[in-house]
Design a protein around this ligand. Structure first.
Ligand code: SAH
Length: 454
């Protein structure tokens, strides 16, 4: 067996200078080019660290003691928020977080030889308590239903009552459900044996409407004391307009199952965005930072330069939030989205807002885009807002034939954005500038909007 010697050993203590911050928010120090990744360390800081894991090509270490501190360091809210990955940048001052995000995009563009300027990230005045949705695991800890969050890369629950980046009303709602489960001794899910009942508590709260939806994700339809739970929830939380039971029988990391049953109130909740009303059902995607979503959409719509005469394709259209906002300034909008419930929401939302020039198709964007191309559909503006993996090659190929004069690319992953911009340049597109919008303060997620023209 070939046992290679590593440059450092587990538990070794070293003094290092931190040079960089990874896209995951870990400090990086180097020993003759060998990288050490250190949780909670910031560039410029000198620190004593202890190696926790040593590999041939890199090592992980933890801070023992800071010898110098970065001017960008702020007092973190608590270790749990880094351990769980809820707020991995909590120790970095907010202006530095915004700069970090723009720099991440710049670095990726440089690697891809993309000559596209990256503007300063648009941030929030209050960069916490912003999330309008939570999916909180429930586990039995010492015989009691307990809510919290998993330690990163584990299924070890860290009990938490204050989730810091969530709407505090959502934190309070989670505790109401937890306490009712304790009172009636409703069993929490037992992951090791795929036993027990309540797996997750999902809460959504309309930032503008103040309507709240509670989803109990359960392993079985039969939930002991279900009526008591629902009565307790609605008595304690007057904002609740909907209580849903979601069935997830399988031993899986996927949180929601596909089947739901309405236990109380309406099957969806309503919120407004940029003056339009939106109904959101439990399985549909809805942006989690409503204040910054308005900033992002305003940028996207302004950059699309709509005059009322354009045909727009909105690919990855979700419940139609961008499509319907754009429909007010365009001739016609075609949306495509893979989740049928989201498309049903989008159609209902069009009616709700009296919008008649928007059509929605269920399907994979890459397939439907090919069909539209084959049918000779011409779009003046192509709006894309794909998931982290970016645009599928078939999608890009169809764009290369349809050649819409303008593409507005909303991205939640700068790595796939850079890749896709390179491919689109191959069809003669040029990107003007990328505008990052901070949708996820205290975390390393980076959202941006870029406009390409031909
Ligand atoms: N533009 C919407 C949704 C963006 S999130 C908004 O701002 O609210 C991305 C959406 O793409 C999700 O609704 C997801 O269900 C959908 N999606 C993921 N893969 C897809 C695919 N291959 N084709 C079409 N839609 C897809």
């Amino acid at each position: 067996m070939n046992v290679a010697k590593t440059p450092v050993a587990k538990n070794e203590e070293l003094t290092v200078t931190v040079e960089d911050l990874t896209y995951e928010g870990m400090g990086v120090a180097k020993l003759d080019g060998y990288p050490l990744f250190i949780e909670g360390a910031l560039p410029g800081e000198q620190a004593v660290i202890r190696v926790t894991k040593a590999d041939k090509k890199y090592a992980f270490a933890r801070l023992v003691n800071l010898l110098t501190t970065s001017p960008d360091r702020v007092t973190p809210r608590g270790r749990a928020y880094t351990q769980t990955g809820i707020a991995p940048l909590q120790h970095l001052a907010y202006p530095a977080q915004l700069a970090f995000k723009a720099t991440q995009i710049r670095n990726l563009y440089q690697k891809a030889h993309l000559d596209v300027p990256v503007l300063a990230t648009l941030g929030m005045a209050q960069p916490f308590g912003y999330r309008n949705k939570a999916q909180i695991p429930v586990r039995d800890v010492n015989g009691q239903a307990t809510t919290g969050f998993y330690k990163r890369r584990t299924h070890e629950l860290v009990p938490l009552e204050d989730f810091y980046i969530q709407d505090p009303k959502i934190d309070a709602a989670v505790l109401v459900v937890r306490d009712l489960m304790r009172r009636y001794q409703v069993p929490a899910y037992d992951e090791a044996n795929n036993r027990g009942v309540i797996r997750h508590i999902m809460v959504r709260r309309g930032y503008f409407s103040h309507q709240m939806m509670i989803v109990l994700v359960a392993r079985t339809w039969a939930v002991p004391y279900l009526d008591e739970l629902v009565a307790g929830i609605t008595a304690a939380l007057p904002e609740v307009v909907s209580v849903i039971l979601n069935l997830n029988e399988r031993a899986t990391n996927v949180i929601l199952g596909k089947k739901t049953r309405v236990l109380y109130g309406t099957p969806d909740l309503e919120d407004t965005l940029l003056g339009s009303r939106f109904r959101i059902s439990p399985l549909s995607f809805y942006q989690v930072n409503p204040q910054q979503t308005e900033v992002l959409y305003t940028e996207a719509i302004r950059r699309a330069g709509l005059t009322g005469h354009e045909v727009v394709i909105d690919a990855y259209s979700g419940i139609g939030t961008i499509s319907l906002t754009m429909a007010k300034h365009a001739k016609k909008v075609y949306g495509v989205e893979v989740v049928p419930e989201a498309v049903a929401d989008a159609r209902e939302n069009a009616k709700l807002n009296g919008i008649e020039n928007a059509e929605f198709v269920v399907g994979k964007a890459e397939d439907v885009m090919q069909q539209w191309k084959d049918q000779g559909l011409h779009a003046d503006v192509l709006m894309v807002d794909p998931p982290r993996k970016g645009l599928a090659p078939e999608f890009v190929a169809a764009v290369g034939v349809m050649l819409p004069p303008k593409i507005v690319y909303v991205s939640c992953n700068p790595a796939t954005l850079a890749r896709d911009l390179v491919a689109l340049q191959g069809f003669g597109y040029r990107a003007d500038a990328t505008q990052p919008v901070d949708m996820f303060p205290q975390t390393t997620s980076i959202e941006s909007v870029t406009v390409l023209t031909r």
